[in-house]
Design a protein around this ligand. Structure first.
Ligand code: ASP
Length: 354
């Protein structure tokens, strides 16, 4: 049986064309994309397509677009073997992270890809990325089941877990990396799956979409010399419920009493503050230095080795599910769908993922 894969086109460079008057890149009609890749017809895959009514540059992505993608997956879940989402690279890691939380009990591939050069460009990377994404989505294991059963990003030479990915280059074809988790597959002459790294569900519960998203969240990025007034102003942002605080090294910050007091007050006011390292590789270990100890004693919780994209979308998702601050804190410490490394298996989520 040929796998049936649905391509969902949301916009981004992959489907862009140069406006002859302004010289700027603009999204174009999806039919144009298929015309530009006649090789698609050579794949042993039944391809179905749908597109956003107004394809967008991914810099304009909002949670309502995530909901639109999730709805398209939900409506076509039973009739398709997998999904390929064409998306701009700028916010691809956010969409991948958000979808990984929204698509609960996902048991089919949702492969997100895009390109650095428009698909109509002679040197485009879009054609290869699209074809490989379709092959990955159509790949099956020895039992005939989809090889990939999670949200993943396919870019250039690697298939990466979506909620572990980050865009690291605005210029290179190899634009994405997963610094704290091995690639799910390496793309060379063949597609080499790292089967031990692929997520597998251990539940019979049906697939369902969690549409709730709460956007009352924000980042605070520390830097030497950050002022008390600025920090206090940010913490008193009206309506804010969750903050991802990007800290130095292994989760450290200034030891000034005003800083620790401001953190304590924010936590006492019911704000969930999550400690994520500014380093792209490694985990926060706030108990390692005195400079981190104050932060963790103030009630800030460790985000482990999560990417900042995963941490902020996880907060949006958990608050969006209607959880209290305490419940959000508990789930932030657990791995819902492979977004963080949890050393102690007893700290794994109640959700039945490996
Ligand atoms: N600005 C574009 C976008 O994210 C860049 C790209 O597609 O790679 O939609």
């Amino acid at each position: 049986m040929r796998p049936s894969i649905m391509i969902i086109y949301t916009g981004g460079t992959i489907g862009m064309i140069e406006n002859p008057e302004t010289g700027a890149l603009e999204p174009f009609d999806f039919d144009h994309l298929l015309e530009n890749v006649p090789k698609l017809r050579l794949l042993d895959i039944d391809i179905q397509t749908m597109e956003f009514e107004n394809p967008i540059d991914s810099s304009s992505m909002t949670p309502s677009h995530w909901q639109e993608i999730a709805k398209a997956v939900e409506e076509n879940y039973d009739k398709c073997d997998g999904f390929v989402i064409l998306h701009g690279t700028d916010t691809m890691a956010y969409t991948a992270s958000a979808l990984s939380f929204m698509l609960e009990n996902l048991d089919k591939p949702v492969i997100i890809t895009g390109s650095q050069l428009p698909i109509g460009d002679v040197r485009t990377d879009g054609e290869e990325n699209l074809i490989t994404a379709l092959q990955v989505a159509g790949a099956r294991d020895a039992d005939g089941r989809p090889m990939v059963r999670e949200v993943a990003i396919l870019f250039e030479d690697f298939l990466l877990r979506g909620n572990r990915s980050t865009k690291h280059s605005s210029d290179n074809f190899a634009a994405f990396s997963s610094n704290n988790y091995p690639p799910l597959a390496e793309i060379g002459l063949g597609i080499h799956f790292n089967t031990d790294q692929l997520r597998r569900l251990h539940t019979e519960e049906p697939f369902k979409v969690n549409y709730g998203i709460d956007t009352n969240v924000m980042y605070i990025d520390l830097f030497p010399g950050i002022q008390e007034g600025v920090v206090r102003h940010l913490f008193s942002t009206p309506g804010i419920r969750g903050i991802v605080m990007k800290t130095f090294g292994a989760g450290n910050g200034p030891n000034d009493p005003w800083f620790i007091d401001a953190l304590r007050e924010a936590v006492a006011n019911g704000i969930v503050v999550v400690n994520i390292s500014q380093c792209s590789n490694g985990s926060v270990m706030p108990e390692r230095y005195t400079a981190g100890l104050g932060i963790s004693k103030s009630g800030v919780i460790s985000g482990g080795d999560m990417t900042s994209e995963a941490a902020i979308t996880k907060l949006m998702h958990l608050f969006g599910c209607g959880m209290s601050a305490e419940e959000v804190k508990n789930d932030m410490r657990r791995s819902i769908c492979g977004e963080m490394t949890v050393a102690d298996i007893s700290a794994q989520t109640h959700l039945p993922f490996s």
